[in-house]
Design a protein around this ligand. Structure first.
Ligand code: 13P
Length: 247
C-alpha cells in the first residue's frame, strides 16, 4: 500500500571519497519515477550528500536525540537535522537496539519528538533468530509496534521497516513468504490497534540481505511496500536495480 519506498542505510561506512563516488553513481542512475528513495549517510556526511545528490533522492539520518538539543554531548537533535535539510530519521534499528542497548520506550519517545519537528521516521522492528525459533516472532514485533504506537500520533510521516535480525548482514534473506507473513500480521495489528486507515495506507518495507538478485521476488508480495537496504545500498547500480524492482 502506498508508494513503493526504498531506503539505503549506509550504516557506519564511507569516506568523503567513497561517498562522492556513490553519489555520482546515484545521480547517473535511471530510477523508476513512482518510488520514494531515501539514503541515510553517517551524520558527518549528510551535508556533503545533501549538497551533491540529486533532489530526486531524499536524505535521512540513522539516529537522533530524544528531545530538544542542549547539553547532550555527542548527540544530534531533530532541530539540527531540519536545519541542514534532512527530513528523515531511521529509528529502532536492530543494531541500536541490540548493540547499543536502546529500549522500546526510548525509541518510541525519539519517534514522537522527531515527528513533532517534522522529521519523518523509518521505524524498524524485527525478531532475533532465537525468538523466531521459539515461535515468538509476532509477539516481539507487536511489542515493538506497541511502543511506537504508544508515542506516535502522526502515522502519515512514518514508514515501518520489518528487519528480522537474523537476516541483517548475513546473506540469509527472508523468503518472500516469511516476509509477507510478518508484514500482513503487522498491518493487521495496526488495523486493530491504530486504525484501518493507517493500516491500509502505511508503507511496510522489508530489510535484511536484500540485493539486486533477490529483490524482484520479494517486491511481488502484496504487503511488501519497499525495502531498507544495507550492504547493497553502497553500490549505486545495485541500489538502482532494487529501486527499479517496483511492481
Ligand atoms: P543488509 O542489507 O546489509 O543486510 O542490512 C539491512 C539493514 O540493516 C538495513 O537497515
Amino acid at each position: 500500500s502506498g508508494k513503493f519506498f526504498v531506503g539505503g542505510n549506509w550504516k557506519c561506512n564511507g569516506t568523503k571519497d567513497s561517498i562522492s563516488k556513490l553519489v555520482t553513481e546515484l545521480n547517473a542512475a535511471t530510477l523508476e519515477p513512482d518510488v520514494d528513495v531515501v539514503v541515510a549517510p553517517p551524520f558527518i556526511y549528510i551535508d556533503q550528500v545533501k549538497n551533491s545528490l540529486t533532489d530526486r533522492i531524499e536524505v535521512s539520518a540513522q539516529n537522533v536525540w530524544i528531545g530538544k538539543g542542549g547539553a547532550y554531548t555527542g548527540e544530534i537533535s531533530a532541530e539540527q537535522l531540519v536545519d541542514i535539510g534532512c527530513q528523515w530519521v531511521i529509528l529502532g534499528h536492530s543494531e541500536r537496539r541490540h548493540i547499543i542497548g536502546e529500549d522500546d520506550q526510548f525509541i518510541g519517545k525519539k519517534a514522537a519528538y522527531a515527528l513533532s519537528q517534522n522529521v519523518k521516521v523509518i521505524a524498524c522492528i524485527g525478531e532475533l533468530l532465537e525468538e523466531r525459533e521459539a515461535g515468538k516472532t509476532f509477539d516481539v514485533c507487536f511489542k515493538q509496534m506497541k511502543a511506537f504506537a504508544d508515542s506516535i500520533t502522526n502515522w502519515a510521516d512514518v514508514v515501518i521497516a520489518y528487519e528480522p535480525v537474523w537476516a541483517i548482514g548475513t546473506g540469509k534473506v527472508a523468503t518472500p513468504e516469511q516476509a509477507q507473513e510478518v508484514h500482513a500480521a503487522v498491518r493487521d495489528w495496526l488495523k486493530t490497534n491504530v486504525s484501518p486507515e493507517v493500516a491500509s495506507s502505511i508503507r511496510i518495507i522489508y530489510g535484511g540481505s536484500v540485493n539486486a538478485a533477490n529483490c524482484a521476488e520479494l517486491a511481488k508480495k502484496e504487503d511488501i511496500d519497499g525495502f531498507l537496504v544495507g550492504g547493497a545500498s553502497l553500490k549505486g547500480p545495485d541500489f538502482a536495480t532494487i529501486i527499479n524492482s517496483v511492481t
